[in-house]
Design a binder for this molecule. Structure first.
Ligand SMILES: Cc1cc2nc3c(=O)[nH]c(=O)nc-3n(C[C@H](O)[C@H](O)[C@H](O)COP(=O)(O)OP(=O)(O)OC[C@H]3O[C@@H](n4cnc5c(N)ncnc54)[C@H](O)[C@@H]3O)c2cc1C
Length: 451
């Protein structure tokens, strides 16, 4: 039983009431946030007219639409399908369920209209295309298209390639958080391989680092998934997994400290939260890391425990006299968490069930983090213009008077370039989460991160 347990599956209404009590959100700020968000969106729309065809395509097939979802789930699943028969069935199913026709009317660009016409397929049309072209042609074309899509979001197949591709952005002052693609390790062999790739990434990124201050707002770093470096990162094995993972993570952290770069633990499923906090503290308090501010973790606002968790982490930072980084995200496993809670017949959900409540929680957490910049470096990760505008307002109104100092925004490579280009003008550092690895591993990550 931990201090956070009482909040884990608390009643949603009570959780919302507690958040509303904390949030400072006067009416004039609300209106101003909306106006600034609208300006940002208008700016991005204008910039999009100059964007590449591929970016326009991605913009048109907004990933929250049924068509965007169909494309991304097709992309994610297709590269893992082992046989042609199943691949054919998947393509036919995915392409015939969405309303591609509506993009023919709405798209500004003639090529998007044409591609939408191409996609505007009902089951009957797919069947007649199959008769004319043959399924192998359709299958290969779809595979090629999906790979092109994957290329936009992978920073590089190797760290060397990623550094080369990211150079233009780093020269402009952007930071990177490199992510070694791949999902959970199933065996020790997998875990060792991932561990070595994180170690390699830290060394390569470290050797490029020209800033010796170790300040996470001035240097790039690496993001690590604990499930990738241990095959049994589960509650049932916690007695062994916690010390083993603490030892592995500490080895990575020592290397990050040596080079003065950052190391951040990704947030994963809610049932791993308690373990991850214990591991985080074990590493943070190690005397070998004294004086290094680059260690951090991601925190999911969709969890009902998010706000009390920030209090707990600030307490730990003070107790161990160690400044930490906190990447605030909304949370990428929403569907899984809801399904899991239902299967377990839990009395309530550990995550909010209404989007507006997750946004409220994100706002309250962002305010709390911005107010605690003495102990925490907030890394605020979002692609939502309204959320970005709210953060800018909260930073300006923060009683600490720090305004835009002492925190960064984070975005995903391949997304939000124009929007964050505009935000960077006020001098806030922007860190880019850059996936490194092959396309097969990218797509499951992408579907989770974006949808
Ligand atoms: C740089 C970066 C790093 C990231 N790292 C992580 C990480 O380590 N761990 C992780 O879990 N995620 C991570 N994410 C993903 C993140 O959690 C979000 O899924 C993603 O950013 C979308 O949120 P948004 O604010 O950009 O968009 P929005 O469209 O404003 O928000 C979408 C989010 O709202 C929430 N939501 C949607 N529907 C509901 C509902 N019915 N009820 C309650 N909540 C709902 C979900 O969290 C969903 O992801 C990262 C994202 C970025 C940009």
């Amino acid at each position: 039983m931990t201090a956070l347990d009482q909040y884990k599956c608390m009643d949603e209404k009570q959780a919302v009431e507690a958040l509303l009590e904390t949030l400072i959100y006067p009416q004039e700020m609300k209106v101003s946030i909306r106006n600034e968000a609208e300006d940002l969106v208008q700016f991005v729309r204008k910039e999009n007219k100059k964007a590449s065809l591929l970016n326009k395509f991605i913009q048109e097939y907004d990933l929250s639409s049924a068509e965007g979802l169909a494309l991304m789930t097709l992309a994610e699943a297709l590269l893992r399908v082992p046989d042609d028969f199943t691949a054919n069935a998947l393509i036919t199913d995915r392409l015939s369920t969405a309303e591609w026709n509506k993009h023919v009317g709405s798209a500004d660009d003639i090529w998007i209209k044409i591609s939408s016409l191409g996609l505007a397929t009902s089951k009957t049309v797919v069947n007649s295309m199959v008769k004319r072209l043959g399924m192998p042609v359709i299958r290969e074309t779809t595979f090629a298209a999906m790979k092109v899509l994957g290329n936009v979001f992978v920073l590089g197949q190797s760290m060397e390639e990623a550094l080369k591709r990211g150079k233009k952005m780093t020269d402009q002052g952007y930071l990177y958080s490199y992510d070694m693609l791949g999902e959970g390790a199933r065996t020790w062999e997998d875990a060792d391989r991932y561990f070595e790739s994180y170690m390699g990434a830290l060394k390569i990124a470290g050797e490029q680092n020209k800033d010796s201050s170790g300040n996470p707002l001035k240097t790039s770093g690496v993001s690590v998934k604990l499930s990738a470096i241990h095959p049994k990162y589960h509650y049932a094995y916690k007695k062994k997994a916690i010390p083993e993972l603490s030892e592995r993570l500490l080895k990575l952290a020592k290397v990050a400290k040596k080079y003065g770069i950052g190391l951040t633990m990704d947030a994963e499923e809610v049932d791993r939260l308690e373990m991850s906090i214990e591991i985080f503290e074990n590493v943070m308090k190690d005397p070998a890391l004294n004086g290094w501010d680059g260690f951090g973790l991601a925190l999911q606002a969709y969890q009902k425990r998010a706000l009390p968790l920030i209090d707990l982490l600030i307490e730990k930072a003070k107790q161990h006299d160690q400044k930490i980084c906190i990447r605030l995200v909304k949370g990428a496993y929403w569907d899984t968490e809801v399904k899991h809670a239902q299967l377990e017949a839990r009395a309530d959900y550990p995550v909010f069930t209404r989007k507006v409540n997750t946004d409220l929680s994100y706002f309250a957490c962002a305010q709390k983090l911005l107010a605690a910049r003495e102990y925490v470096t907030p890394m605020l990760a979002t692609h939502n213009a309204h959320t970005i505008s709210a953060i800018l307002h909260f930073a300006r109104a923060c009683p600490s008077g720090l305004k835009y100092d002492g925190f960064a925004f984070q975005r995903l490579h391949g997304m939000g370039e124009d929007m964050y280009g505009k935000v960077a003008e006020v001098g806030i550092p922007i860190s880019i989460y850059g996936p490194v690895g092959n396309h097969k591993d990218l797509l499951p990550y992408l579907v989770r991160r974006l949808l």
